[in-house]
Design a protein around this ligand. Structure first.
Ligand code: SAH
Ligand code: TYD
Length: 398
């Protein structure tokens, strides 16, 4: 049974940035009620109203992994580790986006799956075998016909975007070699609760994974987690190393026990934990609204840094619109010159001179705080202030 515990109000599709023409034509945006629930049987946490994948991941999908150095470095490091440890003959990536991960592997030994046509062109052009399609059994069959067995399946920030997890794991089991390894990486539910980062929930993030949820789910497909890595990326992520239960050559690492213990201690298996969380989220909303109001009352301008999908949840939930935030700055070509969905805040291309002109800056990309603070050390040195809601609403003291 799925028990709802959080209502984040009416929300637009997160990556559906609006053009000037959309505003002129008063294009009707799709709004849905963003509610989050806890599955009392399998312990998975998910949003309860979903939008079709075809609507969310169309040709013009703007997100590009390569916009953050932190991501590029993390992928490079992992790729090195995979090559050294597993020497794969063939690796398949689900949700390869602009190839930020797969670029670290030999073209002849890699397969990309990426449904969004425009971004899939990037790896195609580089000569990688790329399937511009959604991951499912039909596609797995098509790929297997043309290729040998896959030794490694890797998927970052993608499986949590797919409603039908049964089909996902069935298809992975079909394509993976007998002793093959599945590595998945997604935001961690434990961190999302600890940091009150409710913006991990939006239409694309159907699930926010925990070990206690994933381990239950994959068992039915003959899989088990044998190692867990906790990462700082995206505000706290989990990297699950998964093998077939039948494969007894690999021993279960102690990290699995440690993570499970942490999750149970926090109460991720209990509904009451989520009720407490809901209260924290509501408090966070009030706190952020108060900060914005105070700054505006002092006649100060506020801009946004990083027009993230996550900030779409925050701004729409807290009712912060273009009369409060003048504009966002972002480096993503497909977002520049457009407007934030639901709040109509304009997005300008990143320029150092823009941030210099302002005093207050809402950190939409709070998950890349370290990278951004390094880049903007002069802004901070000259008295510039960042505002965040993670782990609680505040003007960051430097
Ligand atoms: N792996 C990259 C990109 C994450 S964004 C990273 O970690 O930075 C999620 C990506 O998954 C998008 O590029 C999206 O098009 C893709 N995606 C969404 N649904 C998918 C599906 N059903 N099968 C394969 N890819 C999918
Ligand atoms: P991200 O947090 O990865 O994801 P999501 O949109 O899924 O919430 O997005 C980071 C955004 O911030 C992306 O649009 C690029 C932008 N960005 C900058 O503009 N400058 C930067 O220095 C960094 C690190 C990111």
């Amino acid at each position: 049974m799925i028990k709802k515990f959080l209502n984040l109000g009416k929300q637009p599709l997160a990556n559906n940035y609006l053009t000037k023409n959309d505003l002129k034509r008063k294009k009707k945006q799709i709004f849905y009620t963003l509610e989050v629930g806890f599955n009392t049987s399998n312990k998975l946490v998910s949003i309860t109203n979903t939008v079709s994948s075809k609507k969310m991941f169309a040709n013009d999908y703007p997100y590009r992994s390569s916009m953050s150095k932190t991501i590029i470095t993390s992928f490079k490091k992992l790729a090195k580790k995979i090559v050294n440890q597993y020497h794969p003959n063939l690796i398949l990536e689900i949700g390869s986006n602009d190839g930020s991960f797969i670029k670290n592997f030999n073209k002849k030994k890699s397969i990309c799956v990426e449904p969004c046509g425009d971004v899939a062109k990037t790896t195609k052009k580089l000569g990688y075998q790329t399937y511009s399609d959604f991951w499912n059994l039909k596609l797995a069959r098509k790929i297997k016909k043309k290729n040998k067995n896959v030794d490694i399946v890797y998927s970052a920030n993608t499986l949590s975007h797919i409603l039908d997890l049964k089909s996902v794991f069935k298809s992975i089991s079909y394509i993976l070699s007998k002793n093959g390894i599945l590595i998945i990486e997604d935001p961690s539910l434990l961190e999302c609760l600890k940091k009150t980062s409710y913006d991990q929930f939006y239409n694309e993030h159907i699930y926010v994974f925990s070990l206690c949820g994933i381990k239950n789910f994959i068992k039915k497909f003959g899989f088990e987690v044998f190692k867990i890595e906790t990462l700082n990326i995206h505000g706290g992520s989990l990297r699950f190393y998964i093998k077939r239960i039948k494969n007894k050559e690999i021993k279960i690492n102690n990290s699995v026990k440690i993570q499970l213990k942490k999750e149970l201690k926090f109460g991720l298996h209990k509904f009451s934990t989520y009720i407490k969380y809901k209260k924290k989220v509501e408090k966070s909303k009030k706190g952020l609204q108060r900060i914005f109001k105070m700054i505006k009352n002092q006649n100060n301008k506020i801009i946004g840094y990083g027009a993230t999908a996550k900030s779409v949840t925050v701004l729409n939930y807290c009712g912060i619109k273009n009369d409060t935030i003048d504009y966002f700055m972002d480096t993503t070509p497909g977002k520049i010159g457009k407007y934030m969905p639901g709040t109509y805040i304009y997005i300008k291309g990143y320029k150092k001179t823009l941030i210099k002109k302002n005093k207050y800056c809402y950190l939409g990309a709070w998950n890349f705080k370290n990278e951004i603070f390094k880049k903007e050390k002069n802004f901070i040195k000259n008295g510039g202030k960042f505002i965040t809601h993670v782990p609680f609403p505040r003007i960051i003291k430097n």
